[in-house]
Ligand binder design. Structure first.
Ligand code: ZN
Length: 133
């Protein structure tokens, strides 16, 4: 299984501007983009660090999965994304090993093909896999 690197770490926040006061202003990280993605019901900020980046996610409504997550669990780590060479092969291998997948098949994401592994099957952490386009 070819895990190449940690692609990004996603953190759910209540207010992106408030969060940037910490991640950008206090920690001194650079924000390369802030995007509103109404189709995913989220506003995101991207803060690269080395070969990975931190993504801050603020839900735009109270309806989405991320909004419900925030309401239930509060701010904090939402998922870790691992980049793989071949997402279809990785999913097939995980399935064969009995992993608890949320997505049995890859789906289109912001940066390529993605799929999620259930946190119940990954010791409490939601894991996203990405095969970059
Ligand atoms: Zn992600």
């Amino acid at each position: 299984m070819g895990i190449k690197r940690i692609d990004h770490i996603a953190i759910v926040v209540e207010n992106l501007d408030k969060a940037l006061e910490v991640y950008r202003d206090a920690l001194g990280m650079t924000v390369t983009a802030v995007k509103e993605m109404p189709e995913q019901d989220v506003k995101m900020a991207f803060l690269p660090s080395g070969d990975s980046e931190i993504e801050l996610l603020e839900p735009l409504s109270t309806e989405s999965g991320i909004a419900r997550y925030l309401a239930k669990r509060g701010e904090g780590l939402h998922h870790i994304c691992l980049e793989v060479d071949d997402i279809a092969a990785t999913l097939a291998e995980l399935k064969a090993k009995g992993a608890q997948l949320i997505d049995e098949e890859p789906k289109p994401g912001a940066h390529g093909k993605i799929a999620f592994i259930h946190p119940k099957g990954a010791h409490g952490v939601l894991i996203e896999l990405v095969e970059r386009a």
